[in-house]
Design a protein around this ligand. Structure first.
Ligand code: FE
Length: 301
C-alpha cells in the first residue's frame, strides 16, 4: 500500500472573492487567509487545510496531492515512478512549507499534475470551525474526498497509479475508471479528456467530492446553493457504484463539486470489480448540461 490517501488539492481560480463565499456558505468549509501568493486555505478537518485556492486564473486543478503513509513507502513510490519512466521533480522549500508536508515531489500523467507527499500535518491548532452550521466532514484516513479527472492518456494514468502507487480498481462506469487507495470507494476516477468540448468540459477537473457526516448537511447545502444563486449541476441522487447520496453544484471556476453523504466502503478481501451500466440508481438529473449537445455530456451519471 504505497499511497494511503488523497491528501490535498490546489485549485487556480480567477474569482477568489466568489470562491470564498461559495466555500464557506455553500460547502461549509473554513476559509483561512494567508497563502503566500495571496490565495486562501480551505479547511474541513483537523489538517491545516485540504484545499488551497491560488489566484492564478486557470479555473482548474493545479495539483492533486497524494500521501504516502511512511517515509519508506514514499521512497519506494518515488523509485517506482522513476522505474516507470515518469519524470519527477522535487517540491521547492516554499511549496513544501505551503502544503504543510514534510516533503513532496511532482509528476504528471495525462496532463494531470500530481504531487506525492509524505507527512501531511494532521493535527493543527486551532480546531476546525465550519463556515456554517453543519456536522462536519468524513475525512481522516479516508482522505478528504475524491476527484474525477480528465486524463489525455486515461489507460496509462490508470496503469501508473495501480502499478506504481498501489491504487486498486474499484469499478467502471461508461468511459470512467474508479480507483481506491483506502476503504473509500474511490479517491480518484479518470475519464478520457476529449477535445472540441465546451470550455467547462475541457478542464482537467470534472469535480471533487466532499462527504459530510449527516444527510441533513447535504439537504441544507442544496437549499443554501439555491438561495445563493450557485447553479446546481444535478438534482439529488444516489450513485450506483459508491452508493453516495449527493448533488452536484457548479463552482465559481466552472467545474463541479459533488456534495454527498453515505458512501460505501471497500473491503479488498471481498471486493469484486464490476462494470455498472449507469452511474446513478436514482436522481442526479443534469441541470446545467441540458443545453449541451448529447455528445458533450458526461457519459456516466
Ligand atoms: Fe463523484
Amino acid at each position: 500500500m504505497a499511497v494511503s490517501q488523497l491528501a490535498y488539492l490546489g485549485i487556480g481560480v480567477s474569482d477568489l472573492a466568489r470562491w470564498r463565499t461559495f466555500a464557506s456558505d455553500v460547502l461549509g468549509m473554513q476559509v483561512v487567509e494567508g497563502a503566500s501568493d495571496g490565495g486562501v486555505y480551505l479547511r474541513m478537518d483537523e489538517c491545516h487545510h485540504r484545499i488551497v485556492l491560488h489566484p492564478s486564473g486557470e479555473d482548474d486543478v493545479v495539483y492533486v496531492g497524494l500521501q504516502a503513509a511512511s517515509h519508506a513507502e514514499y521512497e519506494q513510490s518515488k523509485e517506482a515512478l522513476r522505474a516507470a519512466g515518469v519524470r519527477i521533480t522535487p517540491g521547492t522549500p516554499a511549496e513544501i512549507t505551503q502544503r504543510r508536508v514534510l516533503d513532496l515531489v511532482k509528476f504528471e500523467t495525462g496532463e494531470v499534475p500530481f504531487e506525492l507527499c509524505v507527512g501531511l500535518y494532521t493535527r493543527w491548532d486551532p480546531p476546525f470551525r465550519p463556515g456554517r452550521s453543519m456536522s462536519g466532514f468524513k475525512t481522516g484516513a479516508l482522505g478528504f474526498g475524491h476527484v474525477v479527472l480528465r486524463s489525455t492518456t486515461r489507460d496509462d494514468s490508470v496503469r501508473l497509479l495501480t502499478e506504481t502507487l498501489g491504487f486498486r480498481i474499484s469499478d467502471y462506469i461508461g468511459t470512467m475508471v474508479f480507483l481506491h487507495c483506502n476503504p473509500r470507494h474511490h479517491s480518484i476516477a479518470f475519464q478520457p479528456a476529449a477535445k472540441d468540448l465546451p470550455r467547462s468540459r475541457d478542464k482537467r477537473m470534472w469535480h471533487f467530492m466532499l462527504e459530510t457526516n449527516s444527510l441533513d448537511d447535504v439537504g441544507a447545502a442544496m437549499d443554501i446553493a439555491a438561495r445563493s444563486g450557485a447553479p446546481l449541476a444535478t438534482t439529488l441522487g444516489r450513485h450506483s457504484n459508491d452508493q453516495m447520496v449527493s448533488f452536484y453544484v457548479m463552482t465559481p471556476s466552472g467545474f463541479e463539486v459533488e456534495y454527498g453523504w453515505g458512501g460505501r466502503l471497500v473491503d479488498d478481501s471481498t471486493w469484486i470489480v464490476q462494470r455498472h451500466d449507469r452511474g446513478t440508481l436514482w436522481g442526479h438529473k443534469p441541470q446545467v448540461e441540458a443545453a449541451l449537445p448529447v455528445s458533450a455530456q458526461p457519459a456516466a451519471r
